[in-house]
Design a protein around this ligand. Structure first.
Ligand SMILES: Nc1ncnc2c1ncn2[C@@H]1O[C@H](COP(=O)(O)OP(=O)(O)OP(=O)(O)O)[C@@H](O)[C@H]1O
Length: 327
């Protein structure tokens, strides 16, 4: 169902000279959702984000927010805000002044902008560091300051360009929980560009996968993972085997790919490797036509009947787990 605050891309194209970075992309971002824009390097994610933000001109098409065409408005008048990968904090300004900056540009008086900046610093748990300079903050603290700075204009849509990539793995997981919580509390749309499938699955209400300047598939993380439309999506999301059967390509989740008793339905494959991953053992296999497969075998099942590289085994799956891919 549509809501008045939805963001919509209508046949949006971005060309740099002859190169097409975004090719007639149409998509509805429902208001109040956490969207992750995912795809390999160069697929057009950042160009899409920058066009929504107004940091890049649209070559063709329109961007509508709350029913209004914002394609040609300056960034500050769109109802969007962007948080950059590098956080882009001004090094010579205190955290408070950084957060208050865009209100200063808008001519808001000092007392009002400071009060609002304090409120936002409180929201992101940074009130006690308001007088520090950016260089005196940790990576996670800089990120919170950058978030507060982006949110001070009360945007309807917050755009985040790889916001977690500068953080170490532990902090990344913690910050992603905080981002999600913040989005829920604010109830606004977050559009978060990432390279990470795990990050997208953990965060997104809606995952949008781009490839070669177009959207290849969009949907809930669970739907996209369980029902990849194309071989590209199956491989990109990971956790799937792609198998040719009867001249058509199919995906089957690697945790639903089983080592079955010989003679059962399935195909013969040779074990090439195994890796203990704690809860599962990832068994690498090579099947007919040199198809590489992975079976994620629960650790108990693996150690009850261990296999070694060089063994020939039967690999099977339930018919219902086999998923036909678009040609
Ligand atoms: N300013 C520019 N001038 C010319 N070509 C550009 C420019 N910015 C991006 N491109 C090209 O447009 C295509 C899409 O780039 P974009 O940055 O949107 O991809 P991306 O999916 O965000 O990639 P990454 O994950 O590596 O950041 C790429 O082929 C890139 O080389």
């Amino acid at each position: 169902m549509r809501s008045p605050l939805d963001l919509e891309l209508v046949s949006v194209t971005k060309r740099y000279g002859d190169a097409v970075a975004v090719d007639a992309v149409s998509h509805l971002f429902p208001a109040g959702t956490y969207v992750c824009l995912l795809g390999p390097s160069g697929c057009g994610k950042s160009s899409t984000l920058r066009m929504i933000a107004g940091h890049e001109r649209v070559t063709d098409g329109a961007i509508l927010l709350a029913g209004r065409d914002i394609s040609h408005l300056p960034p500050a008048r769109r109802g969007t805000a962007m948080m950059f990968q590098s956080y882009a904090l001004f090094p010579h300004m205190t955290v408070l002044d950084n957060v208050a900056f865009s209100l200063k540009m808008k001519g808001v008086d000092r007392a009002t902008r400071q009060r609002k900046a304090e409120e936002l610093l409180d929201l992101v748990g940074m009130a006690h560091l308001a007088q520090r300079l950016p260089a005196q903050l940790s990576g996670g603290q800089q990120q919170r300051a950058a978030l507060a700075r982006a949110l001070i204009t009360d945007p309807q849509v917050l755009l985040l360009d790889e916001p977690l990539s500068a953080l170490d793995p532990f902090l990344r997981t913690r910050m992603r929980t905080e981002l999600k919580k913040l989005q829920r509390e604010l109830g606004i749309t977050f559009i978060h560009v990432t390279h990470g499938q795990d990050e997208a699955m953990a965060l997104a209400d809606q995952v949008v996968i781009m490839n070669n300047a177009v959207i290849e598939q969009a949907g809930s993380a669970r739907d996209v993972f369980n029902a990849p439309k194309t071989e590209f999506v199956a491989r990109f999301m990971g956790g799937h085997n792609v198998i040719a059967l009867g001249g058509r390509r199919h995906a089957v989740r690697s945790d639903r790919t089983r080592i079955v008793p010989s003679g059962g339905a399935g195909l013969d494959a040779t074990v090439t490797s195994f890796e203990f991953l704690g809860t599962h053992v990832a068994v690498g296999l090579i099947g007919p036509g040199d198809t590489e497969l992975t079976a994620m075998v629960p650790d108990e099942a693996f150690f009850a009947a261990p296999v070694e590289p060089g063994h020939t085994v039967r690999v099977g799956w339930h018919e219902t787990d086999l998923h036909l891919l678009e040609a």
